[in-house]
Design a protein around this ligand. Structure first.
Ligand code: C5P
Length: 225
């Protein structure tokens, strides 16, 4: 049986991966894997069970048996954990921090590996993450590494927070982004780095539309559409 095609989009947070992946999945009518959501759900579920996020074997057991459902809606995906709608909760900074703690544990990454690979189904998959092209789908048909400068990513995040009515400090956001980049790129297991055969796209001075068009041209060049 031949496996369905996969396009991987990796890169640091704030580079625009989430929006680009959602648009491409809608445009192509393909499945979408938001791998960050699985790490966020693992962190949240472990926290709700009162576990220490450093307890590797216990957190890995949570990851292996996550009672989660992804329900498509008209404007995205609803995420249900143990019967509770956690769609908004998993997007908070607090849960993001839980995600990055559990993501550093090798047993947790191993527990989530097959679960992520199970998303590879016809007619095709867009996989969004940090290690999609390097670890989870090393044989992907097209691999993209999407970046943007720390200043630009800080500006985007600042705008989002202000629009939602939160107060924020731009220099502090840029500093946070630099620290997180450093941690993600230097961790021992599945560090954030482009696959050798990835196309690198710097979105610093590109619109979402321009990034999507660039990716679609590469997908076309690879003969997938
Ligand atoms: O992409 P998102 O911000 O939802 O990811 C949350 C956290 O999960 C990241 O900061 C990263 O530490 C981790 N992650 C990962 N590998 C992935 C996706 C996310 O380590 N493939």
């Amino acid at each position: 049986m031949t496996l369905a095609s996969v396009i991987t989009i990796d890169g640091p947070s704030g580079a625009g991966k989430g929006t680009v992946c959602a648009r491409l999945a809608a445009e192509l009518g393909w499945h979408l894997l938001d791998s960050g959501a699985l790490y966020r759900l693992t962190g949240l579920a472990a926290h709700k069970q009162g576990l220490s996020l450093a307890n590797e074997s216990a957190v890995a057991a949570v990851a292996a048996t996550l009672p989660v459902r992804f329900e498509p809606t008209s404007d995205g995906v609803r995420v249900i954990l143990s019967g509770d709608d956690v769609t908004r909760e998993i997007r908070t900074e607090e849960v993001g921090s839980m995600a990055s703690q559990v993501a550093a544990l090798p047993a947790v990454r191993a527990a989530l590996l097959q679960r992520q690979r199970d998303f590879q189904q016809a007619p095709g998959l867009i996989a969004d993450g940090r290690d999609m092209g390097t670890v989870v789908f090393p044989n992907a048909d097209v691999k993209i590494f999407l970046t943007a400068s720390a200043e630009e990513r800080g500006q985007r995040r600042y705008k989002q927070l202000i629009e939602k009515g939160f107060s924020a400090s731009l220099p502090a956001l840029i500093e946070d982004i630099r620290t997180r980049d450093e941690r993600d790129s230097n961790r021992a297991v599945a560090p954030l780095k482009p696959a050798q055969d990835a196309y690198e796209i710097d979105s610093t001075s590109m619109s979402i539309e321009e990034v999507c068009q660039t990716v679609l041209r590469l997908v076309q060049k690879a003969g997938l559409i």
